[in-house]
Structures are given as C-alpha cells and as structure tokens.
Design a protein around this ligand. Structure first.
Ligand code: NAD
Length: 250
C-alpha cells in the first residue's frame, strides 16, 4: 500500500493561489505528479508549479475554465495523455458573489452555482470512466461550512456548497464498487483572496464564533485533503470533514 502519494497523478482545480495552491504543494511534497489547473491567473499557476519544482516535486499547469464541460474534459484528457491515468481529483475551484437575496441578481446566482457546483459535476463526469477503468480513484470536493450551517448573504454560495455535499454522497455510492472514494472537505474561515472582501466587522463576528479562537490556514485544509487522497483512507467514502476550528459541530 502506498502511504504517501508517490507517483499518484493528481489534478487540483483552481490551484493558482490560496487553498488550491496549498493542496497542490502538499500533494507534490508527498510524491504526487500534480496538474495545476487555472482559468485566468497563469502567473499565479506558474508560481505554484515553480514552488513545487523548486522543492524537487513534479507539476505541470493547464488552463481550463472548469465550469464549462468541454474545458473540464480537455483538462482530464490532458492529464490522461501526459501521465497515462488519473488517481486523484480535487475540485477546489470556487467563487463568491455575496448579497442578500433581495439584492442578488440572477447572474450572481447563476455564476456561483456554475463555478462551484457545475464545475464539480463537469470534472467528476470527465474523470469517472478513466478511474473506473483503473479501478482506483480518490475524489475530494472542497465545500464550505456555509453549505452546512448557512450564512446570511450567501444563499447562492451555500446552495452550491450544500449541493456539492449531496452530489458527493450520491457519487460515492455510485463509485464505491470500483474502488473510487468521494469525500468532502468543508473549510471554515481561511484568509485568502476569496475572503478579502469581507468587512472587518464580519471578520470579527466570525472569529467570535470559532471555539479554537483563530482563523484557519490553507495548509490545514490541505492536510484534510491529503487524508482522503491517501491509499489508507480507502474504506472512507461519502464523508465530510470540517476544517473550521470547531465553528460548526453536529
Ligand atoms: P481563491 O479565490 O483564492 O481561490 C479560488 C481559485 O479558484 C482561484 O485560483 C480561481 O482562479 C479559481 N477559479 C475560479 N473559477 C474557476 C474556474 N471556472 N475554473 C478554474 N478555476 C477557477 O479562494 P480560496 O479561499 O483558496 O478557495 C478555494 C476553495 O475553498 C473554494 O472552493 C472556496 O469556496 C472554498 N472555501 C474557502 C473558504 C475560505 O475561507 N477561504 C472557506 C470555505 C470554502
């Protein structure tokens, strides 16, 4: 059994910065060959690849807007051509358009559902046949505690992140017999570009609700992803791990 990720081929969507970069770097540090996906920020994605290569890891980058099915398919095809198989898929690409529902436009709703939820469908659909042929796969979807507990101003985001959880549980049932696991990591508050727009008041209110008393770090989310990515977690599927300092407990 492979207890690190040596020679595993891993795709991380939206890995040009933030949590995705941290996941890509953590996987490469354990020996995975990582495809760093980006949609617009090539400079950031190249930085992720350079960080990995400078530490002796293996990584390559590929541009694709994963919210578009044909582009998600191109990403999967690229990895298949380059590495002859895909072992791990991390659906990390995500975005927000926060607004109270009375002010939320249809475009704000559609975009967030498309980038967060449809991209997960797109990449999973494209990767499923190759993983089934290989009789091996680890799919990890990055949701959010907002998708579990809800958050005012985030009806679109919470719906997309809840949707990812239901999607993952259903796919976990479909894929289990082929030795493919599907799990979810739900971060709490991790300071990144995504959270830049939150007001200081909102950040302090959030902090007051975190029992551990601090915000999380991207590498702490990556550590949970690594657990699901390893061979040793093969008997764990359809599960959600919150990485949120205890913000949401059930
Ligand atoms: P981020 O904005 O820094 O990173 C998001 C990444 O996704 C960016 O690299 C962006 O370019 C990429 N992306 C967006 N749309 C894309 C598309 N269509 N195709 C390909 N890539 C695309 O934010 P982050 O905080 O690093 O978020 C990473 C994931 O973690 C997201 O799914 C987010 O919802 C989730 N999350 C973050 C937090 C947090 O507090 N930061 C909390 C809960 C969940």
């Amino acid at each position: 059994m492979n207890n690190n990720l040596k020679d595993r081929v891993s795709i991380v969507t939206g890995a040009s910065r933030g949590i995705g970069r941290s996941i890509a770097e953590a996987m490469a540090s354990l020996g995975a060959k990582v495809v760093v996906n980006f949609s617009k920020d090539e400079v950031g994605a190249q930085q992720t690849v350079d960080n990995i290569i400078s530490k002796g890891g293996l990584a390559t980058l590929f541009q694709a807007d994963v919210s578009v099915l044909s582009e998600a398919q191109e990403l999967i095809d690229y990895a298949l051509d380059k590495y002859d198989g895909i072992d791990i898929l991390v659906n990390n690409a995500g975005t927000t358009r926060d607004q109270l529902i009375v002010r939320m436009s249809e475009d704000d709703w559609d975009l967030v559902l498309k980038v967060n939820l449809k991209s997960t469908f797109n990449c999973c659909k494209a990767v499923m046949k190759p993983m089934m042929r290989k009789r091996y796969g680890r799919i990890i979807n990055i949701s959010s505690v907002s998708g579990i507990a809800g958050n005012a101003g985030q009806t679109n985001y919470s719906a997309s992140k809840s949707g990812m959880i239901g999607f993952s549980k259903s796919l976990a049932r479909e894929a289990a017999a082929r030795n493919i696991t599907v799990n979810v990591v739900a971060p709490g508050f991790i300071p990144t570009t995504l959270t830049n727009d939150l007001s200081e008041e909102m950040k302090q209110m959030t902090l007051a609700n975190i029992p551990i008393g601090r915000w999380g770090e991207p590498h702490e989310v990556a550590d949970a992803v690594i657990f699901f990515a390893r061979d040793v977690s093969g008997y764990v599927t359809g599960q959600v791990i919150n990485v949120d300092g205890g913000m949401v407990m059930f």
